[in-house]
Ligand binder design. Structure first.
Ligand SMILES: [Zn+2]
Ligand SMILES: [Zn+2]
Length: 356
């Protein structure tokens, strides 16, 4: 018995040693298999018909390892849209197995830097990812032209490099960059951005002063509806537009945790940081307020995003949420990059997963 055990132990050690010695070769073989599988997979085609909402960026301006800048991917049937283009968003989209070349349109909520600082990369990856032959439509309220034209100008030299290097078939010059699609809000603060083929995308005014205009979006496809708040303080408009929807994706900032950063900054004489931590409290929504909005609107599920501040330990989610789960009793998730919500058409299901 002892001899058998010793023999098995020897074999296990030898196998471990061999795996260690050949770890490079093993990793290469794995990489090859994963690449081939990923390239051959059409993730959107594999989804059930319905409305799907994912977080290509669950964070905000502060650095966070598991939360890129604000970026929400919306898949309605086979059509893919992105709401806001924060830093890292398009890269996270690719990590989620979704092809940047298939992004049909971008919808901007407002022009705070953290919502647009990944737009240049979004436009570039979408262009060369699938040899798109017309620029990426970028919808937004008044002012979106200046943002899009600015990125087009900044990437002008790169446009030349890409076409010169890869050829016009791969990087067709006509598909470079973005094209602004401004919309006007009516007197009540609403606009229809798109209404075709059973898909409706509406914009509505939210409260993010001094940022004007700032909007949220309401998306309906085949009877399933999601609302994305954008950046706002607690807003009656968000609650009203969210009445009975399947999913509310709401921004959230914890004054208590932001206060800790402000206090630490104050103690070490970093006045700018301390002042900014104080100022941001008045134009965002706390997790408990977002829960009140969700409960008031009787939404089916609540996904918090634009998480401020970063939560480097998952144990911080409790302090971040406070009493939110007592206020909103339905499914409530503190968003992370890769979170994905599937709402199949013809059902009432709201299914959460993570694609990372
Ligand atoms: Zn923001
Ligand atoms: Zn903002």
């Amino acid at each position: 018995m002892k001899r058998i055990l010793l023999g098995l132990l020897f074999l296990a050690v030898a196998a471990g040693a061999a795996a260690y010695v050949f770890r490079g070769e093993i990793a290469l073989a794995l990489m090859q298999r994963v690449l081939e599988r990923n390239m051959a997979t059409d993730a959107v085609a594999a989804l059930p018909d319905g409305l799907h909402v994912g977080l290509c960026g669950a964070g905000a301006p502060m650095p966070a390892a598991d939360r890129s800048g604000p970026c929400v991917v919306v898949i309605a049937g086979k059509r893919m849209f992105v709401v806001d283009a924060g830093t890292g968003g398009v890269r996270t989209l690719a990590r989620m197995g979704l092809q940047s070349g298939s992004v049909e349109r971008v919808l901007l909520t407002h022009f705070h830097s953290d919502h647009i600082d990944g737009l240049g990369e979004m436009m570039l990856q979408r262009w060369v990812g699938a040899a798109n032959e017309s620029p990426l439509p970028v919808h937004g309220p008044a002012g979106v032209d200046a943002v899009v034209n600015g990125f087009n100008a900044a990437y002008a030299a790169d446009k030349g490099y890409r076409t010169a290097h890869h050829g016009e078939a791969i990087a067709p010059p006509a598909g470079f960059g973005g094209i602004a699609q401004p919309f006007e809000l009516d007197a009540a603060g609403n606009a229809i951005v798109l209404d075709e083929g059973g898909l409706t995308i509406e914009a509505f005014k939210v409260e993010h002063a001094p940022v004007e205009p700032a909007v949220g979006y309401r998306i309906t496809y085949r009877g399933r509806t999601a609302v994305i708040s954008g950046d706002t303080k607690k807003s009656a408009a968000v609650q009203q537009r969210s009445a009975g929807v399947d999913l509310l994706v709401h921004e959230a900032l914890s004054p208590k945790l932001v206060g800790l950063i402000g206090d630490a900054a104050g103690k070490s004489g970093r006045k700018n940081i301390a002042k900014i931590m104080h100022d941001i409290l008045d134009y965002h929504t706390t997790p408990e307020e977002a829960a009140e909005v969700a409960a008031g609107a009787k939404v089916k599920a609540l996904l918090l995003y634009h998480i401020v501040p970063p939560l480097p330990l998952s144990a911080l989610e409790g302090p971040f949420l406070g009493k939110s789960r007592e206020i909103f009793k339905g499914p409530l998730h503190v968003g992370r990059d890769g979170d994905f919500v599937t709402m199949p058409a013809g059902t009432t299901e709201v299914l959460f997963s993570n694609r990372l």
